[in-house]
Design a binder for this molecule. Sequence first.
Ligand code: NAP
Length: 473
Amino acid sequence: MATQPTEQQQNHEYTVIDTAVDLARQAAPVWAQASAQVRAGLLEALADALQAHQQTLVPLANEETHLGAPRLAGEIARTAFQLRGFAEQLLAGVALAPVVDSAVAGSPPAGRPQLTRVLRPVGPVAMFSASNFPFAFSVLGGDTASALAAGCPVVVKAHSGHPRLSKAVFDIAHRVIASQQLPEGLLTLVDQASRGAGAYLVQHPGIAAVAFTGSYQGGTALWKLANERPRPIPFFGELGSINPLVALPAALQANGEELANLLAGSMTLGCGQFCTSPGVIVLLDDPSSDRFLGQLCEALAPIQTHAMLTPGMRQGFEQASAKVAQHASTLLAPGNDGAGPAPRLYTTDAAAFIANPALHEEMFGPGALVVKARNQAEVLQVLAAVGGTLSTTLWGVSDDTPANRALVQAAEQVSGRVLFGGVPTGVAVCAAQQHGGPWPSSTAPQTTSVGYAALQRFLRPVALQDAPQWVQG
Ligand code: NAP
């Protein structure tokens, strides 16, 4: 909603939210008690329904996001895979398995009562959809799938970038829930809502946790509100990330041209609107690095991007890249725009990057900053200056040397995921995945928002001491 709502509109929004949260509250105890089979059955049916409506959903999504039919169809497949994957996890019984310590006779510390540590759903989750994944991180996306799998109802705050799609997917889900005779409060939708309504939702006493994907500014504002509540609640926010990629001469000497093409593709994928888009490229002072930069510019220059998700996002990219241009030299200037902005590339040295926080900000779009380091020590300092990121990619560290070990350690220190080849766009959904790094990439870096461990965010451990068997079941 672009304009400030009137008092009357705001009161109406609050009433809509109160109703949605009330329904979620009523559904919470029922869903917490539901068996793994029942929960898995719902997730599988949601996946089936989403895929059954692909023909109508993809054009609608394309109208609102411009991401293109092939990408959107792929995203539906990913979303369905995710829903089914969480169902499989539930049926396998691993995710919710209790930890049991039998009683030990004698006095403490060796002696102890019988203890069973169980995981209980936290309660209704407010979920702020992402703009850049209109299926996979929206109404039925990873946050919703993981919360439902954990036994939590979800109140979705639809993203203003794809309101009609959100409503269409919600209506499909609503029918599935009704057909399984499950409480309607398992999934509710707050759409066409103002920023004030989003804040109200986060502060609502009936909400037990928040999942958020979006900007640093929006995420930080809502994270503060979650923490300022009389009873603060967990806020699982995925905010900005610049995803450094360190390309050592060892890799560039061997196949620079191929890597330049790979990187150009990753930087411009989805018009650069990926949380894992490589935004900082770190190169050592070496002839192979100079050659690589030429190859990268050549690979980027002809790429035509599609329109960005929203005019606001385009404006944000122009502002962010203009800011970088003020503090760095331009290697590939903006120009020859197609439907979307032309790719752009800037460069600076390690000392300037380290000293200037303005260069550490995310440019959400098809742009990147090349940082030239004189030596390995400077590369380590550049990574430390990044502070927190979803991913770091290291090219050319295959040998076990003290220098490479130091690089890996520095990368692990600031990242949720470290890649030793390939590019960071594309995040596999599996049990080992970690999508969430130190602040500002995530507000809860000990958790992940992609992969099956994501459901742990919405579970709270309870230790049952000397409990009868029926309680532990
Ligand atoms: P956003 O502006 O943070 O919005 C995300 C959600 O939070 C939307 O539902 C938005 O409401 C709501 N919101 C934002 N600020 C709020 C506030 N102060 N109070 C209450 N609600 C608030 O993110 P976006 O629209 O997805 O993208 C904008 C920028 O976010 C991009 O340019 C990019 O920099 C970054 N981004 C990062 C990632 C990532 O994964 N790291 C992903 C997507 C975007 P509305 O629907 O009303 O806007």
